[in-house]
Design a protein around this ligand. Structure first.
Ligand code: PGA
Length: 235
């Protein structure tokens, strides 16, 4: 397993953002699958600053949303696409047509998203749920799963409250499946903070299998666990 353990949160942000800039410079047409949630936001902010400083450009790149909640209004600030917009897209120079969001209510959404994913991703960034989920691929998700509607695990439903300003918590979503995530040329699993230490330990040291989807990344030759000191404290 490839592990990058940074000694502070700020060095984690700088380190991950620096590697990300390198990947974009090596391949300006990088096709990325990106998570929303709280974990990536400081890294997104660093990328926004790098774009403003002319250090890197997303102009020719493509971004695919990793997942989306169902049952929320289009302007709900907790929608994954709206979080990506707020924390990343508004600050970078990506061509709007190169952002692919998931509309959970669209007809044939899964097949259509799989079609545009096409040959897959060059780089996938992931957070980790407290139950080890990757995106909305909850424990027990099939490793050959493509984009599909998913029912959310109770811990994921409860966690979603932190993104919302109301109590109408989503119970389902549409997620890019493990087949695409594990098929990405490179995958970075991001985690910071003490509350992720235990699940990072299970994902990195426990049995590899669908009970902890993040553990499956250990079978990927080019997957990296990138953690700060607190999230990596039990490794
Ligand atoms: P978080 O969510 O980044 O807000 O902690 C991660 C996840 O549930 O996958």
């Amino acid at each position: 397993m490839n592990l990058f353990k940074f000694d502070s949160e700020s060095s984690w942000v700088d380190g991950v953002a620096g590697l990300w800039r390198d990947r974009l410079r090596s391949n300006p047409k990088l096709r990325m699958c990106l998570p929303s949630g709280h974990t990536p936001n400081p890294i997104f902010a660093a990328m926004g600053k790098a774009v403003a400083a002319g250090q890197v450009s997303f102009k020719q790149a493509e971004i695919f949303a990793l997942d989306e909640f169902g049952g929320l209004a289009p302007d709900d600030e907790g929608l994954c696409a709206n979080m990506l917009q707020r924390y990343l897209l508004k600050d970078i120079d990506l061509a709007p047509k190169n952002f692919h969001r998931i509309d959970p209510d669209a007809k044939n959404v899964a097949a259509e998203y799989d079609r545009i994913i096409g040959d897959g991703f060059d780089l996938t960034l992931l957070g980790i749920g407290l139950n080890g989920h990757l995106g909305m691929n909850e424990p027990g998700s099939p490793i050959d799963g493509t984009t599909r509607r998913v029912e959310l695990h109770p811990t994921t439903v409860a966690s979603s409250a932190k993104y919302l300003t109301h109590k109408n918590l989503p119970t389902w979503g549409v997620a890019v499946g493990l087949k695409h995530l594990l098929g990405s040329k490179e995958v970075w699993l991001l985690a910071n903070g003490q509350k992720k230490a235990e699940i990072i330990q299970r994902a990195a040291k426990g049995p590899i299998g669908p009970d902890v989807p993040a553990s499956l990344l250990r079978n990927h030759p080019n997957a990296f666990f990138m953690v700060d000191a607190e999230a990596g404290a039990l490794l």
